[in-house]
Design a protein around this ligand. Structure first.
Ligand code: TZP
Ligand code: MG
Length: 210
C-alpha cells in the first residue's frame, strides 16, 4: 500500500468532469489513492459516486477515500475517510469504523500531527504544504521545513497537500513524505490520465533516488 500519488476529485476545478470519471482517469494514470471530495454534492449523489468509484478501485487494486463523510465512506465500501481538524475526531471515527478502515487527518503543524498519530490516524497530510488557490480557507503554505519536522517525528505515512505539481513534487518526497496529494496538477489538466501518469513517474523516480 502506497500513498505516492493521491488525487482528490473536484468537479469545479475539473471544469465539469465528474467525480467518477476523474477517479477512473486518475487510477488509469497510476494514482495510488483517490479521494472523493464533493463539498457541494448531495448525500445520495455522493454515495452513488462512491459506490461506482469502489468498483473502479477494485479493478485497479488501489485505495479509495471519502472526504469528511464517514457514513458515505463506510456505506460505499471505501477504504477510508479523510478528516480535517474541524471534522469528527479521529478517535470517534475509529469507534464507528469497521476493521481495517483507514483514517487520514489533515494537520497544520507538528503538534497536530503528533496528536493525530496518537489518536490513531493511519496517515497524516500537512495542509496546505504550499500556497494553493484550490481551497478557499486553506491559509498560507506551511512549507517544507514543517513537513520535514513532521516526517521525522511521526511513524505513520505523511503526505503533502496543497500547491504541489511536477515542479515541486520532488521536494515533498525529499522532505521525507510518502506521497503527494493534488487537485489541480491532475484534475485541472486537459488530459487527466497523462497528468497523473507524469506526476506519478516524477514521484516514483525521486523515491528511487532516496
Ligand atoms: N486541502 C489542503 S490544500 C487542498 C486541500 C483540499 C487543495 C489542494 O489543491 P491543489 O490544486 O493541489 O493545490
Ligand atoms: Mg474536512
Amino acid at each position: 500500500m502506497t500513498y505516492s500519488l493521491y488525487v482528490l476529485t473536484d468537479e469545479e476545478i475539473s471544469g465539469g468532469v465528474s467525480h467518477v470519471k476523474i477517479a477512473e482517469l486518475s487510477y488509469a494514470g497510476g494514482a495510488d489513492c483517490v479521494q472523493l471530495r464533493g463539498k457541494n454534492t448531495p448525500f445520495d449523489s455522493l454515495l452513488t459516486s462512491a459506490k461506482e468509484i469502489c468498483r473502479i478501485r477494485d479493478k485497479y487494486s488501489r485505495l479509495f477515500f471519502v472526504n469528511d463523510n464517514i457514513e458515505v465512506a463506510i456505506k460505499s465500501g471505501a477504504d477510508g475517510v479523510h478528516l480535517g481538524q474541524g471534522d469528527m475526531p479521529v478517535s470517534e471515527a475509529r469507534d464507528i469504523s469497521p476493521e481495517g478502515f483507514l483514517i487520514g487527518i489533515s494537520v497544520g503543524n507538528l503538534s497536530e500531527a503528533i496528536k493525530g498519530e496518537a489518536d490513531g490516524a493511519d496517515y497524516i497530510a500537512l495542509s496546505p504544504t504550499f500556497n494553493t488557490s484550490s481551497k478557499a480557507d486553506a491559509g498560507p503554505g506551511n512549507g517544507l521545513f514543517e513537513l520535514k519536522k513532521i516526517c521525522e517525528n511521526v511513524s505513520v505515512p505523511v503526505i503533502g497537500i496543497g500547491g504541489i505539481g511536477l515542479f515541486n513534487a520532488c521536494d515533498v518526497i525529499r522532505a521525507g513524505a510518502s506521497g503527494c496529494a493534488v487537485i489541480s496538477a491532475v484534475v485541472a489538466q486537459n488530459d487527466i490520465k497523462s497528468a497523473a501518469s507524469s506526476l506519478k513517474a516524477k514521484i516514483s523516480e525521486e523515491k528511487l533516488r532516496l
